[in-house]
Design a protein around this ligand. Structure first.
Ligand SMILES: Cc1cc2nc3c(=O)[nH]c(=O)nc-3n(C[C@H](O)[C@H](O)[C@H](O)COP(=O)(O)O)c2cc1C
Length: 174
């Protein structure tokens, strides 16, 4: 299974969580393609043909990003709008049919806050449901998600070690 990570972090150099994940992956499995959108397109001019070719070459597509205002960072939303075009991704032709979609996200909010009535109002799955719905719409298979909560909490560093191992497993699981 050929896997690509579509990484959308506006500043990966100053990231703690997403950088740790990518570093852990690089140490254990160089086969996975890591495609950093903000580094590839500093001018936000997405090369749609190149992106579609990249997707076509992989079987598993994982969207990795920090949650910003309960959503994906804006360049990733632009990527969805521009790359998943009618006639290529859906319509008469479904080029991503049968591919596997997954999501890996980090949040500042702690795990307990992501529930009905909690500080973040809804379960975390609410905020990635748009990707799950998109997968279904594109005739792709939604796989599942990996999450790290409480990125700013005092115990984040020690929890991140184990979590990064789980991330690698999530990305490389057969
Ligand atoms: C602009 C902005 C918006 C954010 N919005 C949220 C949010 O809606 N929910 C949340 O739990 N954390 C939010 N955070 C915290 C980030 O999700 C958190 O810092 C990030 O996941 C940590 O990952 P990193 O170390 O890779 O940057 C926000 C951070 C920024 C900078």
């Amino acid at each position: 299974m050929k896997t690509i990570i579509i990484l959308a972090h506006p500043n990966i150099e100053s990231s703690v969580v997403n950088k740790k994940w990518i570093d852990a992956l690089a140490k254990s499995n160089p086969e996975v393609t890591v495609h950093n959108l903000y580094q590839t397109y500093p001018d936000w001019k997405i090369n749609v043909d190149a992106e579609q070719q990249l997707l076509a070459q992989h079987d598993r597509i994982i969207f990795e990003y920090p949650v910003y205002w309960f959503n994906m960072p804006p360049l990733l939303k632009k990527w969805f709008d521009e790359v998943l075009t009618y006639g290529w991704a859906y319509g008469p032709k479904y080029s991503l049919e049968g591919k596997e979609f997954g999501v890996a996200i980090s949040t500042g909010g702690v795990e307990d806050a992501y529930k009905a009535g909690g500080a973040d109002s809804y379960p975390i799955t609410t905020f990635i449901s748009q990707i799950e719905a998109s997968a279904k719409y594109l005739h792709a298979n939604y796989h599942s998600y990996h999450v790290f909560h409480g990125a700013l909490s005092s115990d984040a560093t020690e929890r991140l070690e184990e979590n990064a191992k789980a991330f690698v497993k999530f990305v490389t699981a057969v």
